[in-house]
Design a protein around this ligand. Sequence first.
Ligand SMILES: *Cc1c(COP(=O)(O)O)cnc(C)c1O
Length: 410
Amino acid sequence: MERHQYTTRQELNASQKELEKTWAFETRAILVGQAPDPATGSTIFPIYQTATYTQAGIGDNKGYVYSRSGNPTRTACGEVLASLENGTNGFIYPTGIAAIHSVMQMLKPGDHVISSSDLYGGAHRLFDQIMTPIGLQNSFVDAREIKNITNAIKDNTKLIWLESPTNPLMRLCDIQAISNTIKELNKARSTEAQMLIGFDNTFASPYLQKPLDLGADIVMHSCTKYLSGHSDIVIGAIVVKDSKLAERFAYHQNATGNLAAPFDCWLLMRGIKTLAVRMKQHHQNCVEIATWLSKHPKVKAVFCPLLESHAQHELYKRQMKMYNGMLSFELDASFEQVKKLVSSTKIFQLAESLGGVESLIGHPASMTHAAVPRERRLELGINDNLIRLSIGIEDVQDLINDLDEAFKST
Ligand SMILES: *Cc1c(COP(=O)(O)O)cnc(C)c1O
């Protein structure tokens, strides 16, 4: 078999494609898009570290001519992600934010976007500081209630941009119900006025939730987090299932040069192979730590939809296969004690980011949400004594002991 037979998912022969569809998530995560190298038999997909491709004659190439337009390692990475999200086409970007930017660039000045008020901080900044000055309009609403979204819809609304669970309070939105509502409203709108639903699936990963299956048009990832899983790269992705959207993203990616390097794509593919086993362990560790925290006398509140006491526990059970490793909690303590706690753990490391195998601890008010004015933070429910955990896959008793020691020292 020639390598070029694998250049795109569309070109994979029909029987191979049908076979891949019968595979479960775990199998697809390891194999899709990554058939053995025909030249050498290399079992692991190679890093095609090349800018250009030698052509046998004019117009006679193997599907690749220049690495901005296409690189086999990037193609393979996009294919496996598309398969995991039940989409048709995947595009890999240098960062998650670059992926969101590519979605924003599909819009025109004067278009209106609705997104959730507790949107990822970097996305909020992109909307507010980069896209608004060039003519995009934004509304930020509490997406837990569908009516807040529908009330914000205007004639020029083109995109609903959602996240679930959100950071740092792990709030959920009902993807299926929102999609159904928007699709119904779209029926009365002209072709030009159709609203798209874009979904940032970073916190869940496709193992836990598949927004395209629930009605979203575009799914986006900061693969820096759970998908790569080892905190060693920044990288992003878009997956779609509509051929027109796929064409637009492909055209745009080549035209703007907004794409990830082959080595980073390769590291991402390597990480994706273990996604399912990692997520199961994140979930398990999170169950035990959330339960332990909710019984701790110094803890005022735990924000984690896994807990039956959580207001959105039913939606969590309906929408997600299991949970991730993310929770936050409020400490019944002074700001000084909170600062002491986050800097005294030995396994949980004080750091930004999330979704890696190692556990991290953070203080949203002074770290991830420091740029949000204090009044606005309090409105969002981000108090000064809120602590966020990204629970890794270490031994859970070690993690609990680490937190216990830190609590005792504050
Ligand atoms: C980290 C993150 C991003 C941004 O991704 P980068 O890879 O850091 O550019 C976007 N959305 C969410 C939910 C994130 O956690």
